[in-house]
Design a binder for this molecule. Sequence first.
Ligand code: GLY
Length: 298
Amino acid sequence: MPSPAVVLSTGPSGRICNPAAWAALTAGELPIDAVQAGLMAAESDPECIDIGYGGRPDNEGWLSLDAAIMDGARHRAGSVAGLKGCKNPIAVARKVLETTPHVLLVGEGARKFATAHGFPDEGPLLTDTARAAYQKFLAGEARPTFTGHSHDTVGCCAVDAHGDLAVGCSTSGLDFKLPGRVGDSPIIGSGLYVDNAVGAATCMGMGEQMMQVCLAYRIVASMERGLSPQEACEEAVRALLRRRAGVSGIHCTVVALAKDGTSGGASSYPEDVYYRSSSADDGTVCVRALQVKVGDVA
Ligand code: GLY
C-alpha cells in the first residue's frame, strides 16, 4: 500500500531544513537526497546557530562539526565527527557512505577525506555572531552548560510514497566544547536510526545523556514492537529520564516517522517544537513536541 510522503525536522533550524527537504522529496528525489538537501540548506544558513556555518565554535575558536546520514533502503550509514574547515559536514558524511566501506571518520582523517573529495579547507569558519559569542566565552561571560537547553541539533527524517525512509543529523555540538568532544549526532543508533521495514528516529539535546541509552535505536525498536511513533518517542524520553535520574535539567527532544507516514515527537522540555511537511499538512507546520515530565517516569 502506498505511504504518504512526509518529512520531519527537529530544532529551531528545522524551519530551514524541512521545507528544503520537502521540496526535494516532492520533486521526486530519493529520501536520502531530500534529507541531505534539507540539512545542507540549514548548514549553509548563517542564521542557523546550531548547525554548519552558523554554529558555535569549540573552546579553541574552531567550528568542529558532526553529521551522519542513513539510507533505509540500503541500510547503510556514513558519518563524520570533529570535522573542521567545512560548512557542510552532511555532504561529507554522504561521501563516506557512498565511496567507502566505513561508517565514521573523525577529526584529521575526516578533514583529509573531505579535501580528497573536493571540500576545500575553509579554516575556522566563524560568522560575526559566532565570533562575538566566542569573545564572550573568552571573557568568562559564557560557558559550556551540560544541563538545560544549551544547544540544538537538526535531525531530519523522510519517507517517500514507496515507503522508503532516510534520516540525517547535523550539529555544531555543545557550545565552546572541549576540542574532540563528540555528541550523539554522528553516532548511528544514538542520534539517528532507520530500519526501512519499520521507521526512522532522530534526537536533539544533550548528547552526553542520549548516547548512553542509544535513544534513536530504542525508538525504532519500540516501533518494531508495535508502538506508534508518538508512543515510541514518549517511551524513549521516559526511559532516558529514568536511567539518568541523578542528572537534572536533561534536554532531550525526539521525533519519529513510521513507514506508513505516521509521526510523533516528545521532549523533556515544555517548549520544544519540530517541523512536519506532508501533503496532508499542505506545506510545513510547526508542531509542539509533547512534554514528558519527570513525574511521568515512575
Ligand atoms: N545533540 C548534539 C550534541 O550533543 O552534540
